[in-house]
Design a protein around this ligand. Structure first.
Ligand code: GLU
Length: 344
């Protein structure tokens, strides 16, 4: 029987087939399929579970007492699928991650211009609780992800008294998380007893007319907001609500507008991981926010929210394991916002 194709034709056919298989695999590796997500999370968990670098925060005494071995990973896609691994029931205080969500509330309420005018949206280039930064800019050019800007942002939350503001915060946070959250009382009490520096920050801002409610009460509401207890799933749901343009992917409730999210994510990019925000974005390509309780969230816009909890922190104040895991997941699942497929 005569050959259907010449050797040369066969080579061309094989080459085209190989390229097609390669291309399919490349795009497959970047698809958020159930199998890919589960595999990536399992790999990350195994790869990093024995990392022993870092140390719990201890400037808030109660945080030093938290079990350093807690290691929980959660990812929620914008269509509401939930993936969890590790210590998923263990809760820690949300700490600075809360700053993102009060910022979202205030932008949603007062509009994006107001937060620029009244707080600022630039990285201060100083540590998160810097008093020098306030002095340098006379209370201006803060941002809602560092303490001065965050306390000012809390002072802007809707409500004419302490209780109204606090209730609005709890309602919004419950909405972001899609569940009823609670305050970790020991952490709240411990921080309230030792937050003289934050009180000083609030009073200094007040002197510069950059506090918009009583400084003592604003600092207390801020301290309580930082003590809200969350597990990895709660945090990833909150992150996924941002990834989904402000609509909780499971309850389907709209918590903030898509326009608000558009303004929240850039602040996370520039100031979400303290002084290491640049390194974080360089490695993950994702807006993120860390807290000294040991959590980090990352938002992959239009795709998913990720959260990892592991209390030991590095020198910059960011959870060591959480950074490793999220960087790994970003690479494995093709989440980097800046990765571009060139048009040929
Ligand atoms: N409540 C903490 C503080 O104000 C939050 C710090 C953080 O997580 O970065 O110091």
């Amino acid at each position: 029987m005569k050959n259907l194709f010449s050797t040369k034709q066969l080579r061309v056919i094989l080459a085209v087939f190989a390229i097609a298989v390669f291309a399919a695999n490349v795009s497959f590796a970047q698809e958020l399929t159930k199998a890919n997500i589960e595999a990536a999370i399992n790999e990350a968990y195994e790869k990093f579970k024995n990392v022993s670098e870092g140390k719990n925060a201890d400037y808030i005494p109660a945080l030093a007492e938290v079990n350093s071995n807690i290691f929980g990973i959660a990812l929620v896609t914008v269509d509401g699928q939930v993936y969890e691994k590790g210590d998923i029931n263990d809760k820690v205080s949300i700490q600075s991650i809360s700053k993102v969500f009060t910022m979202a509330m205030v932008i949603d309420d007062l509009g994006p211009q107001a937060i620029m005018d009244k707080v600022g949206v630039d990285a201060t280039g100083q540590v998160f609780n810097s008093i020098t930064a306030i002095e340098q800019y006379r209370g201006k050019e803060m941002n809602p992800c560092v303490n001065p800007g965050a306390i000012a942002t809390t002072s802007l939350v809707k409500g004419s008294n302490y209780d109204e503001k606090w209730n609005n915060i709890m309602t919004a946070f419950d909405g972001f998380a899609g569940t009823k959250l609670e305050v970790n009382q020991p952490v709240y009490v411990s921080e309230a007893e030792t937050n003289q520096r934050n009180q000083a920050i609030a009073h200094l801002l007040f002197a510069y007319e950059r506090m918009y409610f009583d400084p003592v009460q604003s600092t207390d509401i801020y301290t309580k907001q930082c003590a809200i207890n969350v597990n990895a799933k709660d945090l990833s749901m909150m992150a996924s609500t941002l990834a989904n343009g402000g609509v909780n992917p499971v309850t389907k409730k709209s918590i903030v507008s898509a326009e608000t999210v558009e303004h929240v994510l850039p602040v996370m990019v520039t100031a979400g991981l303290y002084d290491d925000s640049g390194i974080w974005v360089y490695k993950t390509g994702l807006p993120g926010k860390s807290g000294v309780g040991g959590g980090i969230i990352a938002v992959a816009p239009g795709k998913c929210g990720i959260a990892v909890i592991s209390p030991p922190l590095d020198a910059a104040g960011n959870s060591v394991k959480a950074q490793y895991v999220i960087q790994y997941l970003s690479e494995k699942l093709g989440l980097n916002m800046y990765s571009i497929q060139p048009k040929k």
